[in-house]
Design a protein around this ligand. Sequence first.
Ligand code: CAA
Length: 257
Amino acid sequence: MSYEFILARVEGKVGIVQFNRPKALNALSPGLMGEAMTAVETFDADPAIGAIVITGSERAFAAGADIKEMAQASVVEMLGNPFIDYWDRLRRVRKPVIAAVSGFALGGGCELAMACDMIVASESAQFGQPEINLGVIPGAGGTQRMTRAVGKALAMEIVLNDRRLSAAEAQQFGLVNRVVPVEVYLEEAVKLAQQIAERAPVALQMAKEAINAVYEMPLQSGLAHERRLFYMLFATADQKEGMDAFVNKRKADWQGK
Ligand code: CAA
């Protein structure tokens, strides 16, 4: 499929979605988000793909939702616009999704990275929620996910006073998995995705679902949910294969069944 605002390609078992609006610093217009989610959902449905990487350019992962497209909108238009649903659609992707972030990850760009499962950042990455400068607040999860990641005190500074986090700070506060030199950030993210993509596919999905349940359920319900998913995996061929491979000291051959 050919796209106007993104590039999509496959490396091994990894589907890579790259924002491609360099002149607008990858501002997330409805057109770009629509194409990006189509590509992500296509990879999610493809049995040959085990993990997905979302990235931008060295200068900008994404400088936020497209301000020019929103500037004149009325509240009724915003309410009737499915635009922010794209971020929710990312949350429903079943395969692991890694954001490879360099340069600006601001506003909706930061929210998009936080909606992914892991973040590999380049040393130049900068995370922030500058919506306060526009007279609004984050609308795609920024107040919720940032606060869960870095805690209330720092989240208040980030959202109320446009405090930006450097890559090193983002790692220190647990927002990103690792920080690597700019030249290799995408390569490192794809390498991590390839490693994950080699693992048992159904167990990967259940593991992701169980961890994400932390954000949606109280502890007792989360523990019960995890237990059910754990038991459910005993209905898969991969569980039999994985345990037999261990017992017989051989490498498991995952079928995703
Ligand atoms: N929307 C639309 N266009 C954007 C954009 C955005 N979010 N961010 C940058 N651009 C455009 C600029 O308008 C400019 O276009 P022109 O050349 O046509 O003027 C081009 O990208 C380059 O930007 P700058 O000249 O501003 O580059 P800079 O290096 O001086 O500054 C920046 C970079 C600090 C990222 C600055 O562009 C900036 O502050 N951008 C806006 C960041 C922002 O406020 N993001 C939040 C958006 S709202 C949101 O995301 C809501 C939500 O929660 C869903």
